[in-house]
Design a protein around this ligand. Sequence first.
Ligand code: ZN
Length: 128
Amino acid sequence: MKKFRKINSIGYGTKVIGIGFVFLLIIPGIIRILSCFHSWSGYVPIMKGSFYLGVAILLLFGIWLGIELTQDRYINRYYEKHKNEKIPLGENHYECQACGNRLVTGEDESCRVCGIKFRSNEQKNRNE
Ligand SMILES: [Zn+2]
C-alpha cells in the first residue's frame, strides 16, 4: 500500500494564496507607487525579490495541491474498487468496506447496516 501524506489544504489554502498575491502584486505595487515620489536604487531589487517570492509561493502551493488531489483520486478509486468487498477479520468474520460494520459473516450477501451488496469471489476475480 502506498504511503500517503496527510494534506488538507482546505483550511489554509486561501491564506497561502493570499500571502502569495501580497508578495506577487501588493508589495511590488506599493513599491512602484513609492518609487514615483522618491528615487532610490533599492526599490527595483526589492520589487523583483518580492515578485519572485510570490511566484515561488504560488508555484509550490500549486504543486502541493496537485499532490493532494492526486492522492484523493487514488484513495477514492481504491475505495470505489473495494467497497463491495468483505475484508476478512478472522474466523468467519468480515468487515463491510462501505460502512465499517464488523458483524458481517461469510454467508452474508449484503450488509445489514448499510445494505450494500457484497461481490462474490468469482465476480471479484472476473473484474481483476
Ligand atoms: Zn455496510
